[in-house]
Design a protein around this ligand. Structure first.
Ligand SMILES: [Zn+2]
Length: 329
């Protein structure tokens, strides 16, 4: 039987999303299982049982497995380095449990945003481009860089940590311990924190709002407390609440500051913005584009498209599958 299938999986702090893809890039299977953040072997074992079980006799068609993981991943050694959302997985070998669980020699591992970028490059918002930057606005902010159709890993596999570009040494504290990183402005955790600060201090004036905080914003945010999500902030902004609009605008300006520097540095075809906050679309992307137009040096690069990711929540799993297919073992 032809070995025409590849499996791609994306390990997040809560779920492992997976796809099985054929040579025509059609998904023959997709789904998710819960992540055990304390144990690599248990999670990968469950994943293999679920996917191979669903494939049945077609399991013999599987050629390779790609696993994307949040954190610093070394594709050569198969090890995961720092990974705050997967504490029990840090400093663990990922390749050996994958080989054991799937009964396959051909396995690859990659950083999750790098995998998502590779997926977008082949099948999504970056199709037809050779030079891409991806910024993933999740709880934190991840990044990836593709040059000449190849992912940029760097000497320690830690290239593309765009979320920790320092934009203001006196800025808010970041999860990494530094101050003023992009993540401290444009990650959803930072946005929620800022929203609560504004709601708590009625006198605070957000950047660009031009006035005192609106009653509805403070009441709404205080009422929801820890239940507040960026989706609610998005809906408030869409409904015209000025404070909510200003929150996204500030995040978008900071995103633009980082994006302009990345365009000056790398001159990509496109910058792809993904992750949950990217669903706010032009509320966050338009302020970003404004800063890019003013902040980019080369005239031809000032209109570098800043676009939303296109592949949705399975982007990293699809990218991991593509990396598995393209790797020469
Ligand atoms: Zn940081």
């Amino acid at each position: 039987m032809a070995q025409d299938l590849v499996i791609g999986a994306d390990v997040g702090g809560t779920w492992v999303k997976y796809v099985v893809v054929d040579t025509a890039d059609q998904r023959v299977l997709q789904g998710e299982i819960a992540t055990d953040t304390g144990d690599v072997g248990i999670t990968i074992g469950l994943l293999a049982r679920e996917v191979l079980g669903a494939l049945g006799t077609d399991r013999s068609r599987v050629q390779a497995v790609g696993l994307a993981c949040a954190g610093i991943v070394s594709p050569d050694s198969g090890r995961l380095g720092r990974s705050p959302n997967l504490p029990g997985w840090e400093q663990q070998d990922l390749s050996a449990p994958l080989r054991d669980a799937f009964g396959l020699r051909n396995v690859v591992v990659a950083n999750d945003v790098n995998a998502a970028l590779y997926g977008e490059y082949l099948h999504g918002a970056g199709r037809g481009c050779l030079h891409l930057v991806m910024i993933a606005l999740g709880t934190g902010v991840g990044g990836g860089v593709l040059i000449d159709g190849r992912l940029l890993l760097g000497v320690h596999n830690s290239a593309g940590e765009i979320g920790h570009m320092i934009l203001d040494l006196d800025g808010p504290t970041c999860t990494c311990g530094n101050h003023g990183c992009l993540e401290a402005y444009a990650g959803s955790a930072a946005l929620l924190r800022r929203a609560r600060e504004l709601a708590a201090a009625e006198s605070a004036v957000p950047l660009g709002s031009g006035g005192a905080i609106s009653d509805s914003f403070g009441d709404f945010v205080n009422r929801l407390g820890t239940q507040l999500t960026t989706n609610e902030l998005y809906q408030m902004a869409e409904a015209g609440d000025l404070t909510a609009v200003a929150l996204f605008r500030t995040a978008g300006h900071r995103l633009g500051q980082a994006t302009a520097s990345l365009i000056n540095l790398l001159n990509p075809d496109r910058v792809i913005v993904g992750g949950g906050l990217a669903l706010a679309g032009d509320l966050i992307l338009e302020p970003c584009r404004e800063v890019v137009r003013d902040g980019v040096l080369a005239e031809q690069a000032r209109n570098t498209p800043v676009v939303s990711a296109a592949l949705g929540p399975h982007a990293a799993a699809l990218g991991a599958a593509a990396l598995a297919r393209e790797t020469e073992f």
